[in-house]
Design a protein around this ligand. Structure first.
Ligand code: HEM
Length: 458
């Protein structure tokens, strides 16, 4: 690691820090296995803009300075690529995923998908979300402990399958659920996440090896997705308000529909980007609300002002303290620690430094959200800060920003609020992990260790 001043000295030639490749490997492992310590240590030594050169990853500039983030998010998006920097997720989502696209194709796909996750279309999902939350949590038994993450995952997965795929309960619905969960579980420990980062490890050495198992699960899931796509193409009358229906009816400028592979990649993108992220955010929210009793009390007071079971979903999602609780959860324990990297397509003057073509700039969500000058006492969970002050889109960045800002941000917040309100208004829960929990890596996201153990009180 090195400061940007040392690295660039305001000229176009990069001077990379030295160091043996063994040392870089060790640093790299630390970044993957102990990211918080590694990030905090580097920021303490080098400040809020530094160069990271870990050998295996391309050299990148890590920023947690709001001015730099603003400069990046508001710059002409033609200057950057992001898709090419997201190669790590290609084995999961496929090469046609929005996450991996750049330029005009990226813009086109974003325009096509955006309305499904906003406004009127999104609000129609409100009732479905509450019903799913009710049905999944009805399995909780008084006095018996449960892990929040698995139930939140069940809720968010069902929500995606109904709203994105338009699937109703049935055999295929069950199969997709099971295979997807098993597939994502391949990367559920910090060690197994390493497979995503090193291409050399991605070899199929049989069904009992981690990568071999992953490949087989992916094949199973692909078969299920292709079956669904084929059936829906053959029965256009079965198409409804869901996002698969929308994609099936889309035509490009030459009047051509999306191919099966393109459709599969976009469905996988929604499954991958939308379900585990929201489930983890919800698990953290349940942890924090029960970890700080005053927050729970205040939130219950606010929820009691409405009849949650019958209220209009929009009235629930507009509750100010509920909004503050969700925002503070995403601030203190962001689900992803980095937004996508931006790769320069041409030399650029950035924050006064001349950066060469190919350089990557990565906004660090975790470090930005831990700045004491923006968030006094950043280690404390204080939803009130979101009632007292409005944070700029360069200070509060749980969903990234600019032309790659999370497509599902409004949808994720809508779902988080409805699920939290539904649970808290019906159950009195006790947190069994009443200890400080540090985020641990699950693939490329960061989850509560142990998944947050709770119990329904009698
Ligand atoms: C709490 C839940 C979620 C969090 C914290 C989250 C976070 C993020 C972040 C940080 C990015 C990168 C943005 C950037 O680089 O500027 C992103 C992109 C994306 N997210 Fe989310 N996300 C969440 C839920 C969802 C949901 C529910 C969906 C859809 C069903 C979704 C779909 C996407 C897509 C498609 C992209 C790629 C956008 C593009 O490349 O243009 N996300 N998300």
């Amino acid at each position: 690691m090195i400061t940007l001043q040392e690295s660039f000295a305001n000229e176009a030639v990069i001077k990379l820090p030295g160091g043996s490749s063994n040392f870089k490997w060790l640093q790299m492992l630390k970044v993957i296995l102990r990211p918080i310590e590694s990030l905090e240590e580097t920021e303490r030594r080098y400040g809020d803009i530094f160069t990271s050169d870990l050998g295996v990853f391309p050299t990148q500039i890590v920023i947690s300075n709001p001015q730099a983030i603003q400069e990046l998010f508001t710059a002409d998006s033609q200057l950057f690529e992001s898709g090419s920097g997201n190669y790590v997720v290609q084995p999961l989502v496929g090469a046609n995923s929005l996450i991996l696209l750049d330029g005009d194709r990226h813009l086109q796909q974003r325009k096509l998908l955006m309305p499904s996750f906003h406004g009127e279309r999104m609000r129609t999902y409100g009732q479905v979300i509450r019903e799913i939350a009710d049905q999944v949590t009805s399995k909780w038994v008084i006095g018996k402990q449960f892990t929040a993450r698995s139930y939140m995952q069940e809720i968010s997965l069902q929500v995606i399958l109904r709203t994105v795929f338009g699937l109703q309960e049935g055999k295929r619905y069950q199969q997709i659920k099971e295979v997807l969960v098993e597939m994502l579980d391949t990367f559920n420990t910090p060690i197994s996440a390493i497979f995503l980062f090193f291409k050399a490890l991605q070899r199929d050495l049989g069904p009992w090896t981690p990568w071999g198992r992953f490949i087989r699960r992916r094949q199973q899931l692909d078969e299920l997705l292709y079956q669904e796509i084929r059936e829906r193409r053959q029965q256009p009358e079965a198409n409804g308000e869901d996002i698969l229906s929308l994609l099936l009816s889309a035509r490009d400028e030459n009047g051509q529909p999306m191919t099966d592979v393109e459709l599969r990649d976009e469905l996988m993108t929604m499954l991958f980007a939308g379900h585990e992220t929201t489930a983890i955010a919800l698990s953290w929210a349940l942890y924090w609300v029960h970890y700080v009793p005053e927050v729970r009390q205040k939130l219950l007071q606010e929820l009691n002002s409405l009849d949650i079971a019958n209220a209009d979903p929009t009235a629930i999602t507009q509750l100010p303290y509920l909004n503050a609780v969700c925002s503070e959860t995403l601030r203190i324990t962001p689900v992803t620690f980095f937004s996508f990297p931006r790769v320069l397509k041409q030399p650029m003057n950035f924050m006064g430094y001349n950066l060469p073509k190919g350089m990557m700039i990565s906004p660090c969500i975790y470090l930005t959200h831990q700045r004491p000058d923006i968030y006094p006492e950043p280690e404390l969970f204080k939803p009130e800060r979101f009632l007292e002050r409005q944070f700029s889109p360069y200070e509060f960045i749980p969903f990234g920003g600019g032309n790659r800002r999370c497509l599902g941000s409004a949808f994720a917040l809508f779902e988080m609020k409805l699920v939290l309100a539904t649970i808290l208004s019906q159950y009195s829960l006790e947190l069994l992990d009443k200890v400080p929990l540090k985020p641990v890596r699950r693939g490329i996201v960061f989850a509560p260790p142990g998944g947050v153990r709770l119990m329904v009180k009698g």
